[in-house]
Design a protein around this ligand. Structure first.
Ligand SMILES: *[C@@H]1O[C@H](CO)[C@@H](O)[C@H](O)[C@H]1NC(C)=O
Ligand SMILES: *[C@@H]1O[C@H](CO)[C@@H](O)[C@H](O)[C@H]1NC(C)=O
Length: 129
């Protein structure tokens, strides 16, 4: 095995090690991971740059103890996260937050990612200019 291959292997092992730690650490704590499902925008939604819309999510069954109540919403295109933050610093239990549609290339594979403890994204929708 070349040293490059072995360092790559080490990296992969370390990478999965972190995931394993996260997966095994979670049940030991009394925290609840809260990632409420995004309701809007959904498939068929069309947003235009500059418009304001309410992103909404389901807050009907929050866990008793939410680790992180502060929400963050950003835009995803396809499977790629964009650095475009639409809203942050809001209470995740609000269930909706008004956002302004940023200038982006037109596309029909945008989705919003809602971050609380963990991430959750909605269905693909369209942004036009
Ligand atoms: C919620 O947190 C409180 C205080 O830390 C703890 O006593 C309680 O058992 C927790 N409840 C659940 C359902 O995890
Ligand atoms: C977003 O929701 C709030 C509260 O219901 C409402 O006052 C506001 O007009 C909504 N904004 C849009 C763009 O629909």
């Amino acid at each position: 095995m070349s040293s490059r291959t072995s360092s790559l292997l080490l990296f992969v092992l370390a990478f999965f090690g972190v995931f394993l730690q996260l997966a095994t650490a979670a049940p030991l704590e009394t925290r609840d991971v809260y990632a409420p499902p995004v309701l809007y925008p959904h498939a068929g939604t069309v947003w235009y740059t500059g418009q304001t819309h309410n992103v909404s999510w389901d807050v009907s069954s929050p866990p008793v103890n939410i680790t992180n109540k502060v929400g963050l919403i950003y835009l995803r295109k396809g499977v790629t996260s964009t650095p475009l933050i639409l809203a942050d610093g809001f209470d995740i239990l609000l269930g909706r937050i008004e956002v302004t549609v940023p200038w982006v290339f037109e596309g029909d594979d945008y989705s919003v990612v809602l971050m609380g403890d963990s991430g959750n994204w909605g269905q693909d929708f369209t942004i036009k200019q």
